[in-house]
Design a protein around this ligand. Sequence first.
Ligand code: ADP
Ligand code: S3P
Ligand code: MG
Length: 168
Amino acid sequence: MLIFLIGMMGSGKTTLGKELATELNYSFVDLDAFIEEKEGRTIAQIFEQEGQERFRKIEREALQTIVANYKNAIVATGGGTPCFFDNMALMNAGGETIFLDVPAEFIAQRLSQSDLSTRPLLAGKTQSELFSFVGETLAERRQFYAQAKHIVARPPYTIDALLALFSL
Ligand SMILES: Nc1ncnc2c1ncn2[C@@H]1O[C@H](COP(=O)(O)OP(=O)(O)O)[C@@H](O)[C@H]1O
Ligand SMILES: O=C(O)C1=C[C@@H](OP(=O)(O)O)[C@@H](O)[C@H](O)C1
Ligand SMILES: [Mg+2]
């Protein structure tokens, strides 16, 4: 089974995805890390050198490669992945999708304590810009995230909530 974790930057896709893969003895694939390895450059460099539009095409191709080549894996997507092309339909057809619906305030709080330079959409933002950006972006993206087959919408947003979804 392929399990895709989707949701905003800072919702915990990478962190919880790794834990879930260890717990289930599945492979773990982080879409951003997969892209960085294939491209030989960081996500920040791709944005800087070629812009977001090109990044979204690279991201789409990487997602197609993963769907075609992995069988039992947890896939941590990027926050924007569900919102471009028909990526949401591709993931729903290829496996289970789980939206980590963490409130914007939690996310902004977590991100304000992390290194923003690795996430080009956040780099250079002040605390208050970060809080408004996360709130507005989550509102715009919710229509895509809401297409997930499963939603984790109550705290604590931990691996137990993910395991409970499948009664694993
Ligand atoms: N369940 C959690 N509780 C508290 N902090 C978390 C949790 N999940 C992630 N974080 C923190 O939030 C930040 C973003 O997490 P990350 O897993 O990279 O999110 P994503 O991949 O969704 O962008 C990291 O600093 C991480 O340590
Ligand atoms: O929300 C987004 O558009 C992005 C999220 C990032 O992944 P995370 O959600 O793992 O931070 C990464 O793909 C890129 O910086 C763009
Ligand atoms: Mg991540």
